[in-house]
Design a protein around this ligand. Sequence first.
Ligand code: CP
Length: 315
Amino acid sequence: MENRSLVTIAEHSREKLEHLIQMASEFEKFPNRKLLDGRVVATLFFEPSTRTRLSFETAASRLGARVIGFADPKVTSGTKGETLKDTIMMVSNYADIIVMRHYLEGAARYASEVSPVPIINAGDGANQHPSQTMLDLYSIWKTQGTLDNLQIYLVGDLKYGRTVHSLLTAMRHFHPTFHFIAPQELAMPETWKQYCRDNNIDFVEHQDFNEDTIAGADILYMTRVQKERFADISEYERVKDRYLLKLDMLAKAKENMKILHPLPRVNEIEYSIDDEPHAYYFEQARNGLFAREALICDALGITLDDIRNDKTIIL
Ligand code: CP
């Protein structure tokens, strides 16, 4: 049987990504439908989340599915020693699809190998966050009108930030130029730079972060320093305020430039920027609903044609 799990966005072709963007676009026109009437979606969050869990649960609800799951593993039998495999086997008895966030890199891959129902990776450690990438692609496509030949600046924690790693893999189909701006301690890991070389992705590394550095950006993708991934908290304290985006740094920004951030934000984008036309992070999070409706449907075998011919729309 075909495994319809989504473990990494790197598995998807350009055509597949464009297909999912079209699906998200249909859901943005009409988010409320009964396509998943009678289905059950499970959300298993072994790590904290606001946007990912709530937007997946909203997506399932707006498509007519019922939602089960947990937001805190402390309330589960994992505390009694139940393994991830047994947890997945149990939940697959109850649900048609499992959305899972886990603190261990590779947990989603493992779950997809043991699960009889599709797994959607909602983030595994510092590794991948494919559903975030899907909404990032949708946001870039909506704001730039294309995914091709863009100048994309990644700023902040490029070492532990799983969203930037996922974005690299997806953008390899679209001939981007990436600009990496990070403190040395949080620089893009060599393995990911090698990934860029192997996939003919152009990249430039910058030390400075000022109005001149970012003047050429189409997308300025800010990230939070991932405090929870540091073994030594004093190292976090040393780097946490190194690259902060301030309003005056937008003076030379291109008109089309949009600021993205997977959120949550701590202090890396000054609040006064929120009202600027360049700020797009709250709309980006809203796009997560439509992108996740598309991903759930795709994992359950519902196609773009099914959505376009859907007669279950609720106005
Ligand atoms: N972007 C993101 O993953 O946010 P949450 O951690 O709140 O889900």
